[in-house]
Design a protein around this ligand. Sequence first.
Ligand code: ADP
Ligand code: MG
Length: 207
Amino acid sequence: MSIITVEQAIAWMKKINEKMQENKDQLTALDQAIGDGDHGINMARGFEAVVEKIEDTDYDSVSDVFKSAAMTLMAKVGGASGPLYGTAFLKMSVTTQGKEVGSSQFQQAIRAASAGIQSRGQADFGEKTLYDVWYQVADFLEEEVVDQWGGIVEVCQATIEDTREMIATKGRASYLKERSIGKVDPGSMSSFYIFESLADVLDWSYS
Ligand code: ADP
Ligand code: MG
């Protein structure tokens, strides 16, 4: 069984930051369509701060890397997504505390993160939010061979497309009611970048 190392957890955060910077304008455009247009700015600012914090700190556990990410996102990102992603990484930190993080611990951590997002956002599956992606990834990791990280990317892409046809019933997009149909949820897209980064980081080390 593969073990996720501290170096990989750090590389994951750095890769997320790269993708948020690269796709900042796209995330902003998605949020302009059905929200207030700050999602790209929120993600770019938040993950840049996460990387700054991580580069300033010495880590001896994966759990502590996730804790830094959680605390930084909660402190630096205003808007709905900051507390939601902060909760996700905090749950991952708590779940992995004092443990070597193999595939099954990691799968449990993602499941806990998904549950944390749900309780924090009071969102259910199918409400056109980033929770849809976490829910589907958690399910995928439970059902599939958990080392097939690449499969996460397809799961996320399919879920993003599913959000297009949904009516938003949570967050700012819910103000648009039926007019939210036809647009992809911005938070689902940023969650895709989080998991695409994970697949990138784990693939290069296991291939
Ligand atoms: P804000 O909506 O405060 O401007 P962001 O633009 O950064 O914050 O994030 C918007 C994203 O947050 C949405 O696209 C959606 O995926 C997610 N979101 C908003 N409200 C909720 C909620 N109650 N539960 C889960 N996710 C939510
Ligand atoms: Mg917004």
